[in-house]
Design a protein around this ligand. Structure first.
Ligand code: TRP
Length: 452
């Protein structure tokens, strides 16, 4: 019995963690960021980022969570370092910021389910995206998505979503593989593969200052790092769970789903004559419906596949959105005894308001996304790495060894965290600050582009 219970907890943990990791970051963000940053060369840096920084960092959050056995904010107090509570707080703020525009994209996904039902999304994909992604329409769907998220968190029915995740992850894989096979049959797709898979290293060298932060930011974002979410999940893990095995499984499956989305979206874009860097935040929303409209079997087949595809993406987006809101709600409920329903509603309303500019104009969305992923996120991860590497130190090694056979690996990991990971994250933050404040050609990015 005890053994079965451990299994259930472990499976629950893996599902929750994967449900949080797999989301719009993989399916919406990864393909267009890859396209904007040189394709295959970006992919190489991204994979390196997952391996060199993402995996060690996810282990760092696991170590904090399981050792403290409590959610993020309390964790630092419980580990006897109450002064470090702000690390969790920075994570909560970053989560809040991210959710504001994540919900806008979630709203578009909702809208595309409707657009697949009516067929309008497939009839004229580019025009459809242009119409629903801005203004009142986008604010409206943003509101609906936020309401659903608030409802789930307020009622505390995340378990249901966890169950849905069980279905969602395999469904995402099946849908993406099917679409990838279809994309391969389209004329022009091969240019997409060449762009995505055949690296031109000059691109990395000459765009070092932007490719590096973009790839590392995407890696951290996609793995749900920095927002203390993995800390909280890992608090449910037992002594006999192997953290390296779990971290590795999550990193590999999450990365594979992103790459798979790239294998769908990039060939589709090229086949549709939208060349490298084109598409922007609309890439997946234009590429997929265009392809759906061309599926063999006629309109109804395309519409039906569209409903299922965007339905699955909606679950992926919701499972991430609820864990973003939950981070902030749990903080207030656990620390200040707020009650759950009004807290979820109140915070949700604030997040909604913060997302209105992003819903109104995609230039704002790009700005929020840029600040969030390439600045707030690496900063939050930097604090976690500092804490585990230099404050916990040997305790962290003990914790990583618990339940795992990899004895000497733990020492190498800590050393790596203290040196390489720390240095790279500092460089990424520095490059971003430089980009943000000093490069006139990106236009003093700290001023939102709509105001420039
Ligand atoms: N990883 C999620 C995605 O790819 C986005 C995300 C980032 C996230 N940080 C998170 C989700 C924290 C939940 C919790 O879509």
């Amino acid at each position: 019995m005890a053994e079965r219970e451990t299994w259930a907890t472990r499976l629950g943990f893996l599902l929750a963690a994967i449900g949080s990791a797999v989301g719009l970051g993989n399916i919406w963000r990864f393909p267009f960021i890859t396209s904007e940053n040189g394709g295959a060369a970006f992919l190489v840096v991204y994979l390196l980022a997952v391996l060199v920084i993402g995996l060690p960092a996810i282990l760092a959050e696991f170590v904090i969570g399981r050792r403290a056995n409590t959610s993020a904010i309390g964790a630092f107090r419980k580990l006897g370092r109450p002064g470090w509570w702000f690390v969790g707080a920075v994570g909560v703020i970053a989560a809040f910021w991210t959710l504001s525009y994540y919900s806008v994209i979630g709203g578009w996904v909702l809208r595309y389910i409707g657009g697949s039902v009516t067929g309008n999304a497939l009839a004229a994909p580019e025009g459809y995206f242009g119409a629903i992604s801005v203004g009142l329409s986008s604010i409206g769907t943003h509101a609906v998505f936020m309401l659903i998220t608030i409802g789930i968190v307020a009622l505390g029915i995340e378990d249901g979503i966890e169950l849905a995740t069980k279905v969602m992850v395999p469904a995402v894989v099946v849908m993406l593989v099917g679409l990838a096979v279809f994309a391969a049959t389209l004329p022009g797709a091969s240019e997409g593969y060449a762009f995505f898979l055949d690296p031109d290293f000059d691109v990395i060298v000459s765009n070092f200052g932007s490719v590096l932060p973009a790839a590392f930011g995407q890696a951290l974002f996609s793995l749900s790092l920095g927002f203390s979410v993995m800390i909280t999940y890992a608090s449910y893990l037992g002594e006999d769970d192997s953290l390296p095995v779990d971290g590795f499984s999550i990193a590999v499956s999450n990365t594979a789903i992103g790459v798979l989305a790239g294998l769908v979206v990039l060939p589709l874009l090229f086949a549709q004559g939208i060349e490298a860097g084109g598409g922007g935040p609309g890439a997946v929303f234009v590429a997929i419906p265009t392809a759906l409209a061309e599926l063999p079997g006629g309109e109804l087949v395309g519409q039906a596949v569209g409903i299922v595809f965007f339905g699955v993406i909606l679950i992926a987006a919701l499972s991430s959105a609820i864990s973003l809101l939950e981070a902030a709600v749990a903080f207030l409920v656990d620390n200040y005894g707020f009650s759950r329903l009004p807290t979820a509603a109140g915070l949700g309303a604030v997040v909604f308001a913060l997302g209105i500019p992003s819903a109104y104009d995609t230039a704002w969305l790009n700005w929020f996304d840029g600040i969030g992923v390439t600045l707030l996120l690496p900063l939050a991860v930097l604090l976690v790495v500092l804490f585990v590497g230099w404050v916990l130190g040997r305790d962290a090694i003990d914790e990583l060894r618990t339940g795992s056979t990899s004895g000497s690996l733990a020492s190498i990991w800590l050393w790596w965290l203290r040196t390489v990971v720390l240095a790279v994250v500092v460089i990424v933050v520095a490059l971003n600050l430089w980009d943000l404040f000093a490069t006139p050609d990106t236009g003093y990015y700290f001023i939102p582009s709509p105001l420039r």
